[in-house]
Design a protein around this ligand. Sequence first.
Ligand SMILES: Cc1ncc(COP(=O)(O)O)c(C=O)c1O
Length: 414
Amino acid sequence: MSELPQDLYGQIDPPQRLLMGPGPVNAHPRVLRAMSADLLGQFDPEMTDYMNQVMALYRPVFGTANHWTMLVDGTARAGIEAALVSLIQSGEMALVVNFGRFGLLLQEILTRIGARYETIDAPWGEVVPMEAIAEAARRLQPRLICTVHGDTSTTMAQPLNGIGAIAREVGALVYVDATATIGGMEIASDRWGVDVVTGGLQKCLGGPSGSSPITLSDAAAALILGRRHVEKGIARDDIEDGHGAMIGSNYFDLAMVMDYWSPKRLNHHTEATTMLYGARECARIALGEGLAARFARHAAAGRAMTAGLRAMGLTVFGDDAHRMTNVTGVWIPQGVDGERIRLMMREAFEIEIGTAFGPLQGRIWRLGAMGYNAMKHKVLITLSALEACLKAEGFRPPLGEAVPAAMAAWEMQA
Ligand SMILES: Cc1ncc(COP(=O)(O)O)c(C=O)c1O
């Protein structure tokens, strides 16, 4: 067995890095402060009050009046998996609106569940037209339509207005992964008519990863509670099992999570207190700023980033009409080694920008400006650093153009 160093590796003391990739981003200091508060027992009245406050605070963040608005403990993927495993079962049909890596993730989880699915696809860098979703839904008559709102892998935001009406017409529910847009672009769960939406803290909400806010419509809640099978060791006479199929995961069984978040406080997992404090503060900060102002700030940051990259002579990736405001893809210019630039950005400037996945790996960088980092000075510093790194690598950007272009774009009205 190897020997531990005498100082046990020292205290955690990370560098002050500016995280300007597709997330995670630097957490808002208020969130980190909230997370250093003392712990409470999970049935302590102060703790259950905090849980109820979280439910109230996240309703406007999701654009909903849904009663069932709470947290799934775990990263954003935990929310996605909890939603899918609780909403659909083996053999049932789903329609996946697929335009990037996270549409592929939905398919992978559906496969694990044993659900059948078909996809309606857009090439990476585009979104799926609503008419195509309607046509596929009418043809397939799925139980569930699943989509991503903003797919960080492609930087595209799928329009969702009208998807709920299509689902109701064919008797389906709609699930939306809004991890990458929640708190930065409008999430209009009720107006879109979608049933389950999940998020994460580590992007536009400006927190750490590790908690997944979720909202469920009454229809989704009824379906899920119909599949309730209370764990044997905590069964109570006043809580009846449903007649539906048992949910194929204990941890992600939303019926049990709902019973825990309800006044019954039926024990399930031990709520991740510190993450709940963080999630609560994220929502307080977002609502305190005002959602409209916050969306405008993210839009200004996205406009500025895009304008600055273009002024540098770079080509922005994807369809302009459906760009996420908070993360921008840009083609790595010919002859430039994308990883060397990322290394130089990190080593010389302490700035992280993102690489890409799948068909875009090694071809685009992804630059984010979200949550606490969707700020003018952080966008300008990132652009200046990128310009310097490109010059050092032999690419000849028009020097000194990016920052003024970004400043002008920041001020423009959307
Ligand atoms: C759109 C989208 N969905 C899901 C995830 C997965 O989130 P997590 O890594 O927090 O599980 C991400 C993270 O990048 C994402 O961008």
